[in-house]
Design a protein around this ligand. Structure first.
Ligand code: NAG
Ligand code: NAG
Ligand code: NAG
Ligand code: NAG
Length: 430
């Protein structure tokens, strides 16, 4: 066989051993056989990518297993690219992948570890991705008016169909922990996500342009949204998530970029939020492009000392003026406006054009760290439609007022027990 002439005898033995260990299912590719050091200091990315290339090309059986055994592997970046030959790839991450903490050694875009273009992928094994993010957080200029987010996320699943991700930990990511982009039918379960409450832009799980995603049993402690649903998130089911510290569970932010796809069919159920900045929220930019979010269900949510447990914010513009550029990208400014301050003030009065409809807040109870426990700030240009609020009990125990609710451009339908009474005040103009 011509194809065999480059394969050395030891490699053939190795392949034979690996395939035997893999049993009838297919080959098992263990990164140790490709020369990883697992000493936490030598860069193991090259050896790992070689192992992946062979694993992905293997047609020895219907399931190919790719194993990263216990140990600390320093890896610059990993791109586990498909499509692969086997019908299904089974990745066993047992060890810890350690990112370089030196920012000169990381890429400024995309993710540190990527799985891409794979149909039928399982990732499990109890291992950890340690993003070593502390230096990145200290350099992130978002809050000081500088650049936001020019660091890699920890782990990205891109164009994955029929995925099952279970029992791994994401630690101290430089930016987002886990991102799903362009995925279909992916389950994430029993994951641990951990970073300090003051780590910037470390969203726990971010979903975009993906359909049929099931997220259950995830413990998230981080410095930004625990879960964020970006544009094109459709048919996503989230349950059994504990969140805090963090910014809450959020749809959006939406309306920032041209060509955003609608967000539809989300259910967030049986989740507990503790000491988070917000609870469940929908956020869209003022002066935005047109888009849609509908059929959003938030139910059986427990709030413990949460700031604004229920929040629709169509005046979203974080970090004050620093994101002005983002807000203004598609806005048409009158010629009389020149200074940044004028621009900012002008833009803030241009309503969001993201249409929100069919939103259900059901059985949400607990305590808030602020007196405004429900805030429904909808757009004057496209008021919220069919927002239903039922069985809400949100206490505020501070001395400076009682639990209240503010609304604008919305007439919510209500049923069941409601504390606070809805829409007793207007959201102040921005
Ligand atoms: C979705 O993916 C899971 C594997 O995570 C699989 O068991 C299931 O059959 C898939 N569903 C469809 C409709 O293909
Ligand atoms: C989500 O996954 C959990 C655990 O695997 C399962 O029990 C549940 O039925 C799934 N839900 C949906 C809507 O697929
Ligand atoms: C609700 O979520 C908790 C985790 O916070 C989990 O232990 C429990 O089993 C879930 N209950 C149901 C009915 O899914
Ligand atoms: C807040 O209002 C509720 C219902 O009106 C009342 O029972 C409760 O005593 C009030 N709490 C405070 C701290 O005033």
């Amino acid at each position: 066989m011509a194809g065999c002439k480059n394969i050395t005898v030891p490699t053939m033995v190795l392949l034979w051993v690996s395939m035997c260990l893999g049993g009838v299912h297919g080959a098992n590719f263990d990164v140790r056989h490709y020369g990883t050091r697992a000493d936490g200091r030598s860069d193991d990315s090259g050896a790992m990518m070689n192992a992946w290339k062979d694993a992905c090309a293997s047609d020895a059986g219907p399931v190919t297993t790719f194993t990263i055994p216990p140990g600390n592997y320093l890896v610059g970046s990993l791109n586990f690219q498909g499509p692969c030959k086997a019908s299904s790839m089974n990745v066993q991450l047992q060890g810890t992948l350690v990112a370089p903490s030196d920012l000169n050694k990381v890429k400024s875009q995309g993710a540190w570890v990527i799985f891409q273009n794979i149909d039928w992928l399982t990732v499990s094994g109890g291992g950890t991705l340690d993003g070593q993010g502390a230096v990145a957080w200290s350099k992130n200029g978002c809050q000081r008016g500088g650049m936001c987010g020019s660091f890699p996320s920890n782990l990205e699943f891109s164009s994955i169909t029929n995925g099952f991700i279970e029992d791994i930990t994401s630690l101290n990511s430089k930016l987002f922990h886990i991102e799903l982009i362009n995925c279909k039918n992916v389950t994430l379960q029993q994951l641990t996500i951990n970073a300090p409450g003051n780590s910037l832009n470390t969203d726990g799980i971010h979903i975009g342009r993906s359909t049929g995603i099931n997220i259950t049993g995830i413990d998230i402690k981080t410095g930004d949204d625990c879960i964020s649903f970006g544009d094109g998130s459709q048919q996503v089911y989230v349950s059994g998530v504990t969140c805090g510290p963090g910014h809450g569970i959020s749809v959006g932010s939406l309306g920032k970029f041209q060509g955003e796809q609608p967000v539809t069919g989300l259910t967030v159920k049986n989740c507990t939020l503790t000491n988070t900045m917000n609870g469940v929220r929908v956020k869209t930019w003022p002066a935005s492009i047109s888009s849609l979010a509908s059929n959003l269900h938030f139910e059986d949510i427990k709030m413990m000392n949460v700031g604004t447990p229920i929040l629709i914010d169509q005046q979203y513009c974080p970090y004050g003026r620093c994101q002005l550029k983002a807000c203004s990208e598609h806005a048409i400014l009158p010629p009389s406006i020149h200074s940044h301050t004028e621009k900012f003030e002008f833009l803030f009065q241009v309503p969001s054009r993201v249409k929100l409809s069919d939103i259900f807040f059901t059985r949400i109870q607990g305590t808030s760290s602020t007196p405004v426990t429900v805030k429904l700030a909808c757009s004057a240009e496209v008021p919220c439609q069919n927002v239903q609020v039922s069985d809400i009990n949100l206490r505020y125990d501070g001395n400076d007022g009682n639990s209240t609710s503010l609304c604008s451009n919305i007439k919510p339908r209500t049923s069941g027990l409601l504390f606070p009474t809805l829409c007793t005040g207007e959201v102040p103009a921005p």
